[in-house]
Write a protein that binds this ligand. Structure first.
Ligand SMILES: [Zn+2]
Length: 203
């Protein structure tokens, strides 16, 4: 490991430490924020699935109140979509993360593959892969630096604790995203590797 990558690695570890430390403060802020005053909803990113189809982003009024979430699926006509719910509950950096995470489920073909058992190892692996692609896109396509990474990490911790995830799952998810942020590889190369392993890919 050369000096440069060593330096990047330490920066990454620092980021994670900061994200974990500041998460409690972020949670207090979120609770104090007036609930009627939501965040502005960001424009969705470009999203093309593993078959070269363009993915549409649609707003839903369902979902758990006050919790921003997304879902990747095919609609009743078989078209690939990302359903966005309650985005106004989360800061813009986190909305962008959810969009790219859900898009990644289309890019890697998860949406068109049989659903692995919920919370089983294969499902968790798919989630880690989507998280990784999302943070790489924010880094390489949107110029996210360490500061913005911390905003994403804080919001993720905040949203996950709202839903009641135990601290250990939140921390391991954050640590995966932190490691991905330091990868020399770009998002498309990462997607291509996943597709190759799965025997998928664009025709
Ligand atoms: Zn997911």
């Amino acid at each position: 490991m050369d000096w440069h990558s060593n330096r990047i690695r330490s920066a990454g570890l620092l980021i994670i430490a900061l994200a974990v430390q500041t998460a409690c403060a972020a949670e207090v802020l979120a609770q104090e924020a007036p609930t009627s005053q939501g965040f502005e909803i960001v424009a969705p990113p470009v999203c093309v699935n593993h078959k070269g189809e363009t993915v549409r982003f649609v707003e839903s009024h369902g979902g758990r109140a006050g919790v921003a979430a997304g879902m990747a699926r095919r609609d009743e006509h078989g078209n690939p979509v990302v359903v966005r719910s309650n985005y106004a509950a989360a800061p813009p950096e986190f909305q962008g993360f959810i969009d790219r995470h859900e898009c990644a489920h289309h890019q890697t073909g998860d949406v068109d593959r049989p659903h692995p058992p919920r919370n089983g190892p294969e499902h968790l692996m798919n989630e880690s892969i989507s998280d990784c692609i999302a943070i790489l896109r924010l880094r390489d396509e949107d110029g996210y630096d360490e500061e913005k990474f911390v905003l994403v990490a804080e919001a993720l911790r905040n949203e996950m604790s709202k839903i009641g995830f135990p601290d250990i799952s939140i921390s391991s998810r954050l640590s995966n995203i932190g490691n991905c942020f330091l990868k020399p590889e770009g998002p498309q190369d990462f997607v291509n590797r996943v597709l190759e392993r799965r025997g998928l890919g664009r025709p």
